[in-house]
Write a protein that binds this ligand. Structure first.
Ligand SMILES: [Fe+2]
Ligand SMILES: [Fe+2]
Length: 284
C-alpha cells in the first residue's frame, strides 16, 4: 500500500457524565463511515476532565472503538494535566496521573507503520515537566525517529506559535527549553515531514526547515477570538499519503455544532474549567 488515508481527530473532550460534545462526536462517526480512513490519530484532550476523573478517559477510549477504523491516541492537558506555572491552571501532571492514564490507555505514546510511513505519537504534557518519564520519552523518541521511512510526528501541544525561538513560557505551546530539545531532534532526522498537533482548537499550517507544522481544529468546540493566529473552527483533518508525499484537508461533518467556548464562563479567565467540574444533571 503506497496510498493511505489518515484522519486526525483532536480535542474530542468526551465524557460519559458530562457529554457536552458527544453530538459532534456522533457526527464524526458518521463521517468516518463515508471517508473510510485506514487509520485515525487522536491528538489529545480526549476527555473533558481526565486529570480529576479518569473515567472520562476510559469513556473516550470506548467511543474511539466506535469509529470503525484502527486508532492511536496521545494525551493532552485535559487527560493527565500539564506543567504548572503562572497562569493558575490547577491540574499539574504527576506520576500518579500519568500512571492512571497509562493504566486506562495502555501507553501515552505510539509508533505505527503504514504505507511507506512511520507514524509516531508522543506525550507533550511531559515536555518541561522534569519527570523521569520525560527523559525516558526523549530517548525513546530519538531511537524511534531513526528510520529511513518518511515520518509524521503527532503530539497535543503545538511546538511553537510564530517564532520557534520565542522565549516566552506559554500554556499554548511546548515550553521553550523542551521545545529546543524537540526541534533539535526533529532537525537531526530529515525524514520527519509532518508535525501535527491539537490543543489550540485552530487550523493552521506552517513550515520550518521543510517540515509542515499542522494545527488541527477540534471536534468539540472552538474559541472565537482565540488569537493564536489560526482559523478557529470545528472539524477535523484528513491527511492523504501517496508515497512520500501528503496533502491535508480540513473537513467539518454535516451538522457539527460550532460550540464557541468564548461564551462559557467568560467573566472568569478559567470559567470553562469550573463548568466542566460541576455535576451534570442526571436522568432520574
Ligand atoms: Fe482542547
Ligand atoms: Fe489542550
Amino acid at each position: 500500500m503506497t496510498k493511505f488515508t489518515l484522519v486526525q481527530l483532536t480535542d474530542t473532550h468526551l465524557s460519559g457524565s458530562r457529554p457536552f460534545f458527544q453530538f459532534n462526536f456522533e457526527m464524526v462517526i458518521e463521517a468516518m463511515a463515508d471517508i473510510a480512513p485506514d487509520h485515525i490519530v487522536i491528538t489529545g484532550d480526549l476527555a473533558l476532565n481526565g486529570p480529576d476523573d479518569i473515567a472520562d478517559v476510559a469513556f473516550a477510549a470506548r467511543q474511539f472503538d466506535r469509529l470503525g477504523a484502527p486508532w492511536s491516541a496521545v494525551p493532552g492537558n485535559h487527560d493527565l494535566g500539564l506543567v504548572p506555572f503562572q497562569g493558575g491552571l490547577h491540574q499539574p501532571i504527576t506520576p500518579e496521573r500519568l500512571a492512571a492514564y497509562v493504566d486506562v490507555m495502555g501507553s501515552d505514546r505510539f509508533v505505527h507503520e503504514i504505507g511507506d510511513w512511520r507514524l509516531i505519537g508522543i506525550n507533550s504534557q511531559l515536555l518541561g515537566s522534569g519527570l523521569p518519564a520525560e527523559a525516558e520519552q526523549h530517548d525513546w523518541l530519538a531511537a524511534t525517529l531513526a528510520t529511513d521511512r518518511p515520518t509524521a510526528l503527532f503530539l497535543h501541544y503545538p511546538v511553537y506559535l510564530d517564532d520557534p525561538a520565542d522565549p516566552a513560557r506559554s500554556h499554548a505551546v511546548v515550553l521553550p527549553d523542551a521545545r529546543a530539545a524537540l526541534l533539535a531532534l526533529i532537525d537531526a532526522h530529515p525524514n520527519v515531514r509532518l508535525v501535527a498537533s491539537g490543543h489550540l482548537h485552530e487550523d493552521r499550517r506552517a513550515q520550518r526547515n521543510g517540515v509542515v507544522y499542522q494545527w488541527a481544529p477540534a471536534t468539540s468546540f472552538m474559541t472565537s477570538g482565540g488569537g493564536h493566529g489560526g482559523t478557529a473552527c470545528v472539524g477535523f483533518l484528513v491527511h492523504q499519503f501517496d508515497g512520500t508525499a501528503f496533502t491535508t484537508q480540513r473537513h467539518s461533518a454535516r451538522w457539527m455544532i460550532a460550540h464557541d467556548i468564548a461564551s462559557w464562563g467568560n467573566t472568569e479567565p478559567h470559567g470553562y474549567y469550573e463548568i466542566v467540574k460541576r455535576p451534570y444533571p442526571q436522568a432520574v
